[in-house]
Design a binder for this molecule. Structure first.
Ligand SMILES: Nc1nc2c(ncn2[C@@H]2O[C@H](COP(=O)(O)OP(=O)(O)OP(=O)(O)O)[C@@H](O)[C@H]2O)c(=O)[nH]1
Ligand SMILES: [Mg+2]
Length: 452
């Protein structure tokens, strides 16, 4: 059954499953579950991003069929606006950024670290609209070029990245004037947009095509955009690009672009699929979170095994030397210093065994073993830790690009665990945790997914 009620019930189940089975493992690895749980909260999210004046707000107003957002030429809006419907009994209102990021019922807590400067550019508008009951839409300030981007006073791309992670559907809007001019910003966005797995959540739109002088002009703009997109996504294939324009009521579309009138409607229909996209997204996020943890466990397991192998070698030598010292140490001492009178071997050969001959060899052998231990903990381990940290990327093999992508996210966590709790990591059976995580992915999540 693929309706919204079923979707909500399934998401609740996933939330419960994650909390019940994953909490101890997240705790063990010192990772907050917030990242994996926040996308499960609240309602489906549609994020609209793109360069300034590309027509984002105009499109949203059209979608909602009311003039909610301000529109205008030149950069108009410098705020992130979350549009949603008021709950039953609530009235239409505007909520400031500071309140939004601190509201535990909303998934925007990850924006808190971006600080006051962002909060003054963040708000929620509760507007009565049937569409907004199904999902929330986030209108964003248009991208400027990468240089001016730095003047905003907060990390704009960081915020966009965080919202993109939360969003179930992302509309990336361009316009013909700027299809090729701000490549740098697009590239920066690339690193914040969801990894390759999330690209199906992005709808690419070339808007305002009515402003192209003629069809060749449009083809040129489309070509430029595609080229930039391929640079940005690293994909060889060209994603579908919706070619749209805002038709004013009663207006006859300019000659040449009539053939694309229906694309605007198609885009709107695609936006309406956000609630069903949400299920895929939510599962993707949950799986990714668990896979990240698995990768962290794999890396720490490799750290543990690598050190174990080194320790084994040194221990073997230490043990060998301590045996030598045990059997022959007293003999050597007798030959050089004249004491002790009776050696362990001499006592054995003579057949008159005296327990006291064991004292010196045992103490000496223990001293060698203790020295081996000190060498391992005071010299070998710090060195091994330092070398591992310096060459962290070769700790584990990366068979797939996906794994490398995940690694980028967990690298800092692994490095932190090794640096701060390196010793502790040696005593944890990471492979046991890995087995549990794999079982969770395959059995538990797999089973739940099959119900959709
Ligand atoms: N010709 C034409 N003009 C459009 C179209 N869409 C929007 N506009 C106009 O372009 C201007 C900018 O539109 P907005 O919707 O404010 O653009 P925006 O992307 O929200 O801009 P910022 O909020 O500043 O980033 C407005 O004057 C709109 O009326 C379109 O498809 N064709
Ligand atoms: Mg706008």
């Amino acid at each position: 059954m693929r309706d919204e009620k079923a979707a909500t019930a399934l998401i609740k189940k996933l939330d419960k499953l994650l909390r019940n089975k994953m909490t101890p493992i997240y705790k063990r690895y010192g990772v907050s579950m917030q990242n994996v749980l926040t996308p499960l909260m609240w309602k489906p999210l549609v994020l609209v991003i793109g360069n300034y004046s590309s027509g984002k707000s105009t499109f949203i107003n059209e979608l909602l069929d009311m003039p909610v957002q301000r529109t205008g030429q030149a950069p108009t809006d410098d705020s992130f606006t979350i549009l949603t419907s008021p709950a039953e009994g609530e009235s239409e209102e505007e909520i400031p950024g500071g309140t939004i990021v601190n509201d535990e019922r909303l998934p925007f807590e990850p924006l808190r670290p971006f600080g006051e400067k962002l909060f003054s550019h963040l708000r929620m508008k509760k507007v009565r609209s049937p569409l907004l009951e199904n999902f929330a839409i986030i209108d964003t300030p248009g991208m400027l070029d990468s240089v001016t981007e730095k003047d905003r006073g907060y990390d704009y791309l960081g915020v966009v990245g965080e919202l993109a992670r939360l969003a179930d559907l992302i509309i990336l809007m361009f316009d013909p004037h700027k299809a090729g001019t701000i490549k740098e910003t697009y590239q920066a966005i690339r690193s914040t947009l969801p990894g390759s797995t999330g690209e199906d959540r992005v709808l690419y739109v070339l808007n305002r095509i009515d402003e192209c002088d003629n069809v060749p002009d449009l083809v040129r703009a489309y070509g430029t955009l595609c080229w930039n997109l391929s640079q940005m996504t690293g994909r060889k294939d060209i994603p579908r690009v919706y070619l749209t324009f805002a038709a004013k009521e009663g207006d006859v579309p300019p000659q040449g672009v009539e053939s694309w009138v229906s694309e605007r409607e198609e885009l709107k229909r695609a936006v309406n699929t956000a609630p069903t996209m949400r299920i895929n997204h939510v599962f993707q996020e949950a799986e990714r979170g668990v896979r990240e943890l698995d990768l962290q466990a794999e890396a720490l397991a490799a750290f543990r095994t690598g050190f174990g192998l080194k320790v084994q070698k040194v221990l073997k030598v230490g043990l060998f030397v301590s045996l030598l010292v045990f059997w022959f140490g007293d003999l050597l001492l007798k030959m050089t210093a004249g004491v002790p009178k009776t050696t362990i071997l001499g006592s054995l050969i003579s057949g008159v065994f005296d327990d006291r001959v064991l004292i010196f060899p045992s103490l000496a052998a223990m001293l060698v073993l203790a020295l081996t231990g000190v060498t391992i903990s005071n010299y070998m381990f710090p060195r091994f830790r330092k070398n591992t940290l310096e060459d962290l990327d070769s700790l584990i093999p990366f068979e797939t690009a996906y794994k490398r992508d995940l690694w980028r996210r967990v690298r800092a966590r692994v490095s932190g665990s090794i640096e701060e709790e390196g010793y502790k990591q040696l005593w944890i059976s990471h492979s046991w945790y890995q087995r549990r995580l794999k079982k969770f992915l395959e059995k538990d999540i797999g089973h739940l997914k099959s119900k959709w």
